[in-house]
Design a protein around this ligand. Sequence first.
Ligand code: ADP
Ligand code: MG
Length: 323
Amino acid sequence: TSVINKIAAGEVIERPASVVKELVENSLDAGSTRIDVTVEKGGAELIRVTDNGHGVSASQLHLAVASHATSKIQDADDLFRVATLGFRGEALASIAEVSRLVIRSRPADAEAAAELEIVGGRHEPIRPIGAPQGTMVEVRQLFFNTPVRHKFLRTTQTEMGHLTEAVTRLALAHPQVHFTITHGGRQTHDLTPTSNLAERVAMLFGEDLATGLIEVNAEDDDLQLRGYVANPTHSRGNNRMQYLFLNGRFIRDRSLQHALGEAYRGLLLTGRYPIGFLHLTMSPAAVDVNVHPTKLEVRFAEGGRIYSHLLGSLRTKFLSTDL
Ligand code: ADP
Ligand code: MG
C-alpha cells in the first residue's frame, strides 16, 4: 500500500508550491484570519504553515492525516455543494507519505496543543505541547523517500516563484486574511488584511497597476461577476496576470481567459495584455469542481452562458468608461 500511497501523493503533490497550497487551503477552511508561511531552501528543506483557525483536537489528529479522512464531507450529495476548499481528505496523508511532517494543533477549548509527527507515512505517538490556538504544520525534506520526484525539484528561485504564486492566488481570493511569507529568515510578503480586493492587488502587484483598475460588477440571474480589470489603455503588466476565481476558488479556464482577451481585443489596442482579478459566483450545483485532483480546472453546466456574461459585461464596462 505504501507504493500506492506514494503514487497517489504524486498526483497532488508535485512540488513545494503544491504543499503550500494544500496547507493554506486547510488553514482557510479552518476559518483562520492569519496565516504565516515560512520556507527554507525554496520549500525543499522546510515548509511551515501556522494559522489561528479552529484547530484539530488531539483525538482527531491521527484521522486528520489518514488517507481519505475528511471532516468536511458527510455524504456523497455534499460533493455537489462543496463550500470548503478541501474535500478529498487526502492532502495531509499524501504529504506525510513523502516527507517528515509534524502537525501541532490546539482548538480554542483545549488546555494544550497536541503534536503528531509522521516520517514517511509512519506515525509517532501523539504528545501534548504548549502552543497558542490554531494549527501549525511543518513539512521537512519533501520527497526524501521518493528520489525521482526529488530530482525534479528546480532551483530555489523557481520553486519560490511557484510557491509565491500559490499564495498570491489564495491571498487574492481572501483579501480579509492576513498572510505572510518568510523565506530564509527574510519576510518577503506581509499582506495585511483588507476588505478591498483592489488594495490586495496593490500589495501584491504595486500601486501602479492598482491605480488603473476598473471595477466590474455585473449580475445575470444567479450568475455574479465582481472584481477588477486593468485599464487597457495604460495597463503595464504581463500576460500571466489573469486571476479568475469561481466561488472563492482560483480556476484555470481557457474559455473564460479567451473572453477576457476578446474584450481587450475589441478595443483594438495592440501590445496590451488583458489583466483581470475577477470573481464569479454561481450555484455550486452548476459546476463540477471534482474534475481534476488539484481542482484547478472545473466543468460548467452552462459554459456558453458564462462566457457571454463575462465578455458582455466587460464590453459594456469598457464602452461606458472614459479610458
Ligand atoms: P481535506 O481538506 O480534503 O478535508 P486534508 O488532508 O487536507 O483533507 O485535511 C484532513 C483534515 O485535517 C481536514 O478535514 C481537517 O479536519 C483537518 N485539518 C487539516 N489542517 C487543518 C488546519 N490547519 N486547521 C484545522 N483542521 C485541519
Ligand atoms: Mg485540505
